[in-house]
Design a protein around this ligand. Structure first.
Ligand SMILES: Cc1cc2nc3c(=O)[nH]c(=O)nc-3n(C[C@H](O)[C@H](O)[C@H](O)COP(=O)(O)OP(=O)(O)OC[C@H]3O[C@@H](n4cnc5c(N)ncnc54)[C@H](O)[C@@H]3O)c2cc1C
Length: 550
């Protein structure tokens, strides 16, 4: 964008840093940088901040503020909460998970069970040997978590350094070098237990557990290292509280947060063109932070590419970087997200487990390992898996504060369902409305397969008499959040270390936030170590900027 383009238009506002996107990571970066005294402008296209980490009243006239997209927190470091003075409280769930085995039995993992109670729980589903295997497996993942999680908010370790930190070659090989499916099969005997473990490798990731590309291993790693324990906690007040607190911290530190500001084009020299209230504006900055997905950044760069060649470092891009960029180019999500509001919790076929226990943790439905494999095979062939593997979670059992007091007293509960193995490519066969209807029915059928009464009999109705159920396909997520292909992590996850051959010369490279353009840094989910609700992408981008200023 040469300056002549601005003839007659207001001069671009000048800033130290402009952040494209006001998701929770953009807000984290803004808070750190503004606290360091930099002039920071955040441009968010939506009419609110937070991206995929928001709460919303999803059903007309019903006072329930649901975590609309993301719902559980594991990867947000206490360090970020403390540094930014966030009033964020995370509640441990009383039970970890419940998984029905058949119409009468299931596996309840109780966070407070002693060894004997735990053994009895596994015996109930004829999986006695897996009780000890579960403990040993948890010890291994805890070892990885304790050693690797603290590195996520430091400059990238090399692969060799990460391996040395883990300090156990068998553990390293099992989780980092061998396909996750092989490790799970070697450690557990029960189809059900294998499935419960496997799901951590498949959330938001369309792959087979045995794929030598190891996408499932990378996904698994991020699901078991959070907080150094791998626990997934409930954000008190809902996910909007997390983003709300980050926005408050950024604002109080002096960052300017503008909503309704859609960035239309950016260039490698640090210039940004955006639309606000129907008018075009320009801003410029020493550094641009992209909270948007790398694939969106690419589009914005193409749209703003007046003098790309001048400041772009395209020569001698190492193969390891090129490979990562290729993977991020056209990401694909593979889930359906359903939010429900219920008049009460439904009863299960398994009468020995109360609904308050079954729904308190993660309820795994139709997620036996063999069912996960079959679902993947069906989806690869272009079909909708039946039964659909689903993860179900009830926020209000751990935190009723998201309901009005009247609603809470009435026994109402929220339910969130995350259906797996329904890739974006299904839209090649179905229109979006048709796919949404089919997936919603598949989720209902899957739920009903373990319930003693149809879930539809307990779905609340809104002020207009419509059922309180909201279903989001991958295309819906792309439209609402600009997550390409509906990929919840903005693209495939990377190992949380620098691979051999990856350049570590600049602060951005050392912090895992580099792009091909020295002035443009990733600060969102697409950064190395950026996926999930963590603030880590934003923190690390801010650290890279500040190192550059030092
Ligand atoms: C359905 C769902 C369930 C999930 N569940 C969990 C969970 O339980 N726990 C967990 O840890 N993670 C979960 N995730 C993943 C997690 O929510 C994301 O990885 C994380 O929120 C991404 O944060 P971010 O700030 O990097 O990006 P985003 O939240 O994607 O924010 C990017 C922002 O950029 C804005 N933007 C895009 N284009 C432009 C433009 N041109 N101009 C201006 N602004 C723009 C967007 O509107 C958005 O606000 C889930 C995600 C989804 C979608």
């Amino acid at each position: 964008m040469p300056s002549t383009e601005h003839a007659g238009a207001p001069a671009p506002s000048a800033h130290d840093v402009v952040i494209v996107g006001g998701g929770h990571n953009g807000l984290t970066a803004a808070a750190y940088l503004a606290r360091a005294g930099l002039d920071v402008l955040v441009l968010e296209r939506d009419d609110h901040l937070g991206g995929a980490a928001i709460s919303a009243e999803a059903f007309a006239g019903v006072e329930a503020r649901l975590s609309r997209y993301s719902y559980l927190v594991s990867l947000l470091p206490q360090r970020i909460i403390d540094d930014l003075g966030l009033d964020v409280e995370l509640v441990r769930r009383r039970f970890s998970s419940y998984t029905p085995a058949d119409r009468t039995r299931g596996l309840l993992i109780d966070n407070e069970a002693d060894a004997a109670a735990s053994a009895a729980a596994f015996a109930r589903i004829d999986a006695e040997p897996d009780a000890a295997a579960w403990q040993a497996f948890s010890a291994d993942t805890t070892r990885i978590a304790e050693r690797l999680f603290p590195t996520l908010t430091e400059p990238l370790p090399t692969r060799a350094e990460a391996r040395a930190l883990v300090g156990d070659d068998d553990v390293w090989r099992a989780f980092v070098e061998r396909p996750l499916g092989e490790t799970i099969d070697a450690r557990f005997t029960s189809d059900l237990v294998r499935g419960v473990v496997a799901t951590d490798g498949l959330i938001g990731t369309f792959t087979s557990l045995d794929d030598p590309a190891l996408d499932a291993n990378r996904c698994f790693l991020y699901h078991v290292i959070g907080g150094g324990t791998g626990d997934w906690d409930v954000p008190l007040g809902g996910m909007g509280t997390v983003s709300g607190e980050l926005a408050r911290a950024a604002r109080e530190a002096g960052a300017e947060l503008v909503t309704g500001a859609e960035v239309l084009g950016i260039d490698p020299a640090g210039r940004v063109r955006y639309r606000l209230a129907g008018e075009e504006h320009h801003a410029s900055a020493g550094t641009l932070l992209a909270n948007v997905a790398p694939a969106v950044l690419e589009v914005l760069l193409e749209a703003g590419a007046a003098d790309v060649s001048a400041e772009t470092r395209t020569s001698a891009v190492p193969p390891v970087v090129r490979e990562r960029l290729r993977a991020l180019h056209a990401p694909e999500g593979a889930q359906v997200k359903v939010n429900l509001l219920l008049t009460r919790l439904p009863r299960l076929h398994d009468t020995e487990v109360a609904p308050e226990q079954a729904f308190a943790g993660t309820l795994h439905i139709n997620e036996l390992a063999t069912q996960l494999d079959a679902a993947y095979a069906t989806a690869v062939r272009g079909g909708i898996p039946s039964p659909l593997p689903c993860e179900v979670y009830c926020h209000t059992l751990s935190d009723p504060s998201i309901l009005s007091p009247e609603l809470a007293a009435s026994g109402a509960h929220t339910l969130t369902v995350f259906g797996l193995h329904v890739p974006h490519r299904l839209l090649e066969r179905h229109g979006n409305d048709e796919l949404r209807a089919l997936l919603q029915q598949a989720v209902i059928d899957s739920l009903d397969s373990v319930l003693a009464e149809p879930v539809e009999s307990v779905i609340m109705t809104d002020a207009s008499g419509r059922p309180c159920i909201e279903t989001r396909t991958t295309l819906d997520l792309e439209a609402a959040l600009r997550m390409p292909g509906g990929n919840i992590f903005h693209g495939p996850l990377s190992w949380p270390w620098a691979e051999p051959g990856a350049p570590l010369t600049t602060p951005a490279e050392r912090w895992g936030v580099a792009t091909l353009h020295p002035r443009i840094l990733l600060c969102g989910s697409g950064a190395v170590r950026g996926g999930g609700v963590s603030g880590i992408g934003g923190h690390n981008a801010a650290m890279a900027v500040l190192e550059g200023f030092a």
